[in-house]
Structure formats: C-alpha cells, structure tokens
Design a protein around this ligand. Structure first.
Ligand code: G6P
Ligand code: ZN
Length: 548
C-alpha cells in the first residue's frame, strides 16, 4: 500500500510573527499556497517534545469564521503526519476560546490549536487567525511564540497525509492514518464546568422570578453556548439570546462587544423597556460587554466589581488569592485588592501574561480593559463566565446593576476611565509618535501636565515573578501626582496599518462627582494626551476612530 504520509517541500514565508494573541492576517494571506501549513508545522516544530507527539492528544476548534473548516481539515492531516495519537475537535470545527481551554485542561491533553481572529471582522475579505495553547490551557507564552516565529524562518518541509476529509459534523471517533479524530459536543464540557462554579438553582430561580437578560452573541461562537446555558439549563425565556446563530462572516459585522459594534444592544439598554442586564461576547467568546439598565459598566470597573463580589458565587466563596490586571487597565481593581488584603499584579497587555500567576496560585481573578475578565477556572478570559458571575451576584444581592455600581464607587471611589483608539494610521507615523514619547521620558518627571506634576514617566517593563522573564517596551505611561494616568501603546492585534491606543484615567473620591459623563470628567487629560504625543500633528487625525 502507498505510504499515506507525505513530506511536502516548502520555503519560509516572511511575516509569521505571532502578535498579542497568535498569528492574525487577512484570509487572503492565509489562503496563499503553503501559508497555513508552514505556520502549523512551525508550531509543531516549536513545541515538539524530544520524544515526539506519540501518545499525545491535540485539541482543535475555532470561532466558526470563514476558512475555519478548511483550516481544521488541514490541521487534522498535519497532526496525523506529525505523530499525534488523537485529536479532540469541536463539532463543526467549533470551540470558543474559553471552551478550548476548558477541554485542554479537563482531558489533560498536550495542548490545542484555536482558529480565530477574535473580534476582527470575518468573511473572505476579513481576518483569520491561529494560536496555540499549551497543556495548562493558556495561550503560548512569549518564548514559545518566538520559537514558532524562528521555526517559520527556517522551515524546509511539512508533513501531511493523503486522506479524505473527516466528517466534522458527525459526533464520535473517526480514523486518520491511525490517529483517532474524536468529534465532540463543543458545549458539554464547558457547560458542566460553569454548573460547578455558579449556583445554577439560584440562577434558575432568578429567571423564574421574571429577571430579564439580553445576551447578544453577535452571530459569533457564543450563540450555541448561550442558548444551551441561559435558555436551556437556566430556563431564561426564548429570545434572551439574540444573534445566536454563528455565521462565517458574523452577519457582516465586527463581532466586537464594544459600544460601537454592539450599539444595538446599548440602545436597548438605554431605552424605556430595558431588561435588567445586557451582555455580549466577541467572535471567539472570550470578551464580554456588561450593561445595566441605563448604565454601561466599563471593563475595568467590571473587573473591580466582580472581584469585590466574587465570594457570593460558590466557586469563590473561600475568597481570592489575588487579582491581576494588565497595565493599561484602570486601578479600580487595585483598590478592591487593597481592601481585601490580597496582592494585585500589573502585567503587560495580553492574557498570556496571567498564565504563570494563575498556575502558581498567586491570583484567582484577572481582567483587562480590552473587555476580558476571567479566573483560574481556565487559562483564557471568558465572556460567558463574566456574565454568569454578574448574574450570580445579582441573584444574591437582589439589586440593580446601577445600584451595585454606585455603591461600589461610594465605597472605593471611582476611577474614571476611557480608551481612545486611532485605527489604521500610518505605521511609520505611529512609530515616530511612540519614539517621540520615549525621547521625552527622562524630562517629564516634575513637568506640569493638565495642571498636575508628572510623578513617573516610563516605558512599562514587566518582571514575571514566577519565571523571572522580562518583557520590556510594553507601553509608555505618564503618571501624575494624584495618580491620574495617560498610557500610550500600539495595538498588537491589528492586521492593517497601526492602531494607537491612548488610555486615560483619573481617580475621583467624592461621591457627589461620581455621575459625570466620562469624557467630560477626563477632558483636561484628554487634551494633554494629544499635546504630549502630538497625535493630531503626526497622525493627521482630528479625533479617535473609537472611544470606549
Ligand atoms: C487580545 C488578547 C488580550 C489583549 C487584547 C489587546 O484580545 O487576548 O489579552 O488585551 O488582545 O489587544 P491590542 O490590540 O490592544 O494589542
Ligand atoms: Zn476574543
């Protein structure tokens, strides 16, 4: 019989450097001959143990976007050629990012490949992405993503097998050249985990009492999960989940749960007949948006409020070991950590930096300003988890979201916070702007900005307390005498030009001043942020493309 394992000669393709969250490119770039195969082989080459993949299981799934199914078939063939014993793949090639993390951990597998470009637009003209998560269920740490990039620069061949496609819609086990491909229900393991973390009987009672949730799945991966959990297990009425059918192009929308792309949900929540809680998640299900009746809760505030109330859910009744937030995320969580008497860690942007802290048991809850919140239950941020924790807290406290928020601010003070994004600006101009800021750093302390003295100005560098690794140049921060901050960094997830993010924050202790419109409260700092970095002058933009 002909040997079905093929070794295909290839050559390096430039530009395969993983960003904040894996390799993300236009679909058309991924469709080039050998492109995806080169990167997949580079992943395998970078992570292969000396004894090879014999006996190992790989988890595979994605957010269902355009090109997901073709990519899944290719990866299954390459896994077989590379010697894996088994692939666990979500039915239809579907697994949300947190569900993939859950499956990797629960079945004690070698790791997994997740096919997603998160909240970026999909479809033939949209984006595709691929990332590897290790055995702890978390995104590959930097030393591994560097190794993948290095492997992609010296690749000469990749392995695949000459076999027909696997039927990804049929549950159960199929054989690919001696490798078992198990097609699994993408929701089951995840739903079971959620049922252990939260008080489902109490949540069922909450919905039975007339509580109304509106969950916008944005035609992305959380649809099946949300239908099964909210409307199925928790008995919320049909119609609670909207846009619940995953589409390869997300219905031609950006599946990004922010106030721009989830404006329809926002409008409902500001309307006369608003439900009690509005929530949304992104393409691959790891981000969340939380809106109370008449009040948007910023991700930084949501992290702080969840941390302050987490003990009300069964999984966190023992309290928190610590909290972690990314550097640009507001300091609201720090105040909660101080009140709880637990440490608060400040990491660079990117969920992968929380992995070591979670594995070492140093933190229980983590969050980022970019709409990510999660805990030690998996090693990814988790959109539905955040909604369920909010629901559990609401069920226990029997107050509105807005009342909980106001009480929180009265107790801890309010960190007014906004992020201004300048998307798809000229890459050279963006680098010039950042270089200009870095040049000013030594002269900034002591200078007056927005009427206050600069206390600290630096380019954030992180020393991982667990493995001692250092990640430098993670964003320029200018901290004023009262703790107000302006932070600048370039996005690591875009696929066109550069995106400048400016994060602005100011603490307000006086409850009489807790109801100001955010942009007004921060107006002086916003103006100063532009002046310091010469944003208008260097980018040619008079205003940000997105304000969150
Ligand atoms: C992804 C990562 C997040 C990170 C975010 C920031 O979503 O999973 O951990 O916060 O990207 O992206 P940026 O575009 O700001 O680099
Ligand atoms: Zn995402």
């Amino acid at each position: 019989m002909k040997n079905p394992i093929l070794t295909i000669p290839t050559a390096p393709i430039a530009g395969m450097k993983p960003g904040t969250s894996g390799l993300r490119k236009k679909v058309t770039e991924f469709q080039q001959p050998h492109y995806l195969a080169n990167f997949v082989q580079s992943i395998f080459n970078a992570v292969r143990p000396t004894e090879g993949f014999t006996g190992q299981t790989l988890v595979l799934g994605g957010d269902g976007r355009f090109f997901n199914l073709e990519a899944a078939q290719l990866i299954i063939r390459m896994a077989a050629a590379n010697g894996f014993a088994r692939v666990l793949v979500g039915q239809g090639g579907i697994l949300s990012t947190p569900a993939a993390s859950c499956v990797i951990r629960k079945h004690q597998t070698f790791g997994g490949i997740i096919l997603s470009a998160s909240h970026n637009a999909g479809g033939p003209a949209g984006d595709f992405g691929i990332k590897f998560n290790a055995a702890n269920g978390g995104p590959a740490p930097e030393h591994l993503t560097e190794a993948m990039y290095a492997a992609s620069q010296v690749i000469t061949e990749y392995g695949t097998v000459d076999t027909p496609d696997v039927d990804l819609h049929r549950l159960g086990t199929q054989d690919v050249v001696g490798m078992a491909v198990e097609v699994i229900d993408p929701v089951a393991d995840y739903a079971e985990l959620m049922g252990r973390l939260f008080d489902f009987p109490k949540l069922r009672a909450l919905f039975a009492s007339g509580f109304r949730l509106r969950f916008d799945a944005m035609h992305a991966v959380t649809g099946p999960y949300a239908h099964a959990i909210f409307e199925g297990l928790l008995g919320a009425p049909a119609g609670t989940v909207v846009n619940g059918t995953p589409l390869p192009d997300f219905g031609d929308h950006h599946p990004d749960p922010n106030l721009v792309h989830a404006k329809a949900l926002y409008d409902v929540m500001m309307g006369a007949d608003a439900p009690d809680l509005g929530a949304a998640s992104d393409g691959d299900g790891d981000r969340n948006l939380i809106i109370g009746r008449g009040l948007f809760i910023s991700p930084s505030d949501s992290l702080a409020m969840l941390a302050a109330n987490a003990h009300r859910a069964p999984a966190y009744a023992q309290g928190l070991a610590g909290i972690a937030r990314s550097m640009p995320t507001s300091g609201a969580a720090d105040r909660v950590a101080a009140a709880l008497g637990v440490p608060c860690f400040e990491t660079p942007t990117g969920w992968k930096f929380f992995g070591n802290l979670l594995d070492a048991g140093k933190v229980t809850i983590c969050g980022e300003e970019s709409a990510g919140t999660g805990s030690d239950h998996v090693r990814e941020k988790d959109g539905l988890w955040a909604v369920l924790l909010w629901l559990n807290i609401l069920a226990e406290r029997r107050q509105s979201v807005a009342d909980i928020a106001r009480e929180h601010w009265a107790t801890y003070g309010r960190n007014y916070y906004t992020r201004h994004d300048y998307e798809e600006i000229d890459t050279a101009a963006a680098h010039q702007l950042m270089a200009g800021l870095r040049d000013q750093l030594p002269s900034l302390p002591g200078r007056t900005v927005a009427g206050k003295q600069v206390q600290l100005a630096d380019d954030f560098s992180y020393l991982d307390p667990v493995d001692g690794s250092v990640s430098a140049k993670q964003g320029v921060r200018v901290v004023l005498e009262d703790g107000s901050r302006i932070v600048y960094r370039l996005s690591g997830t875009g696929t066109a030009g550069a995106t400048l993010r400016v994060y602005i924050e100011q603490f307000e202790g006086d409850p009489a001043r807790h109801d100001l419109p955010t942009q007004d409260a921060l107006a002086a700092l916003i103006a100063a942020a532009d002046e310091l970095a010469r944003i208008r002058e260097l980018t040619g933009r008079t205003e940000p493309s997105v304000i969150t």
